[in-house]
Ligand binder design. Structure first.
Ligand code: SF4
Length: 380
């Protein structure tokens, strides 16, 4: 995850480098249920509105929570499917809160009416994230449900008015990129606390002509807009968090934005970006699916590191006899192609390994989703 607003703050008021703070354990994104009332186009968990066999019981979830606490996991992001469809979601969530986890709910928002919102408020989630794929009809088309946008927005408003910290999660594609400016305006007009921009796990078209590729250009335009908007908010004193996910080249791209806007800050931010270090799947981020299988992040559902029903989470997570875990935990990671030769590898960390694996079969090949030109990565 790349925290744009933190870097904007750093541009406005630079702080000393200091030492790197290592998180005590990984943040766990936990897909507690695969059932969902929607069937979205880009769903990574391929959910449906039916029960899936073999999901962790309440007692099993509690046992894993105890393990996660002992492993010093700081945060649980409770997700699905649609987590609100799990009958015990509020018991699990209340227990997570009482155990001291930062507890977040990741929902499609359509089920959050006044009654549901009150239950959410009582739990006191630290954060409620709702996915919006665009405005009105765009969102409804992606979610394959007429009126989904209105329902999700109503849910966001209820949570906001209940005093909860709320955010919008948006995954950009060719079919909804035109709605990004409107969504940013919505975030401001509605007083929404956070905007999470997720890059599509787009595999690109190889190495040639990155600057001319329409999708790469679309990404660059989106990043420019996010940086400009976030900086403007910073200047106006609007407290909003902007973050991105699924493309760690964003940190490098920020340097090129800085070169145009604040060249005197480039070296300071470069040093801060090195401390951030780019991709942390399998290190600071973990995923547990509805069946109890552990993955390096949510995009790795086709690769199981182990099953919490059979082994303790800590044993699975620390087991570097698994070749993927060994590679992800290596510092620096050994990545080939243009990532291996990239002048900014120490910032980006070679980006998203699952994209390389899905396109080439080799998890250690260059990331085909890099939208920077050869000149920009020091190759030309
Ligand atoms: S070439 Fe690879 S390491 Fe360099 S910025 Fe692009 S994705 Fe990151």
């Amino acid at each position: 995850m790349f925290r744009i607003s933190q870097f904007m703050q750093e541009i406005a008021a630079p702080t000393a480098l200091g030492s790197v703070r290592k998180p005590p354990g990984p943040v766990v994104i936990w897909n507690l249920i695969r059932r969902c009332n929607l069937t979205c186009k880009h769903c990574y968990s391929i959910s449906a509105d039916k029960d899936f066999a073999g999901e962790l019981s309440t007692a099993e979830v509690y046992a894993v929570m105890d393990q996660l606490k002992a492993f010093r996991v700081p945060a649980l992001i409770l997700s699905g499917g649609e987590p609100l469809l799990r009958p015990d979601i509020f018991e699990i969530s209340a227990r997570a809160k009482s155990m001291g986890f930062f507890t977040a709910l990741s929902s499609n928002g359509t089920l959050i009416d006044a009654v549901m919102c009150e239950k959410i408020r009582v739990v006191g989630y630290d954060y409620v994230g709702v996915s919006l794929d665009g405005l009105g009809a765009t969102h409804d088309k992606f979610r394959r449900m007429q009126g989904a946008f209105d329902k999700s927005l109503a849910g966001i408003r209820l949570c906001r008015d209940a005093g909860l910290k709320v955010g919008v999660r948006y995954t950009m594609t060719q079919d909804n990129h035109q709605d990004l400016p409107g969504l940013l305006k919505l975030v401001e007009d509605e007083g929404i606390d956070r905007f999470y921009f997720s890059h599509l796990n787009y595999a690109g078209r190889g190495n040639k002509n990155r600057k001319d590729d329409a999708l790469y250009q679309m990404t660059r335009n989106a990043m420019d807009l996010l940086f400009d908007t976030c900086w403007e908010y910073q200047q106006r004193g609007l407290q909003k968090e902007f973050t991105t996910g699924n493309n760690d080249a964003d940190g490098v791209y920020l340097l090129y934005w800085l070169q145009r806007r604040f060249p005197d800050r480039v070296e300071h931010i470069r040093a801060k970006l090195r401390q951030w270090g780019g991709n942390s799947s399998g290190v600071n981020v973990a995923n547990i699916d509805n069946l109890g299988k552990v993955h390096p992040d949510t995009m790795w559902w086709h690769y199981s590191l182990g099953d919490v029903r059979e082994r303790a989470f800590a044993d699975i997570w620390n087991d570097v006899s698994d070749p993927l875990m060994a590679g992800l935990k290596a510092r620096p990671r050994k990545v080939g192609g243009r990532c291996g030769a990239c002048a900014h590898f120490d910032i980006c960390g070679g980006n998203t390994r699952v994209r390389a694996q899905q396109l080439t079969g080799d998890a250690w090949a260059e990331d085909p989703g890099c939208y920077l030109s050869d000149e920009e990565i020091g190759l030309a």
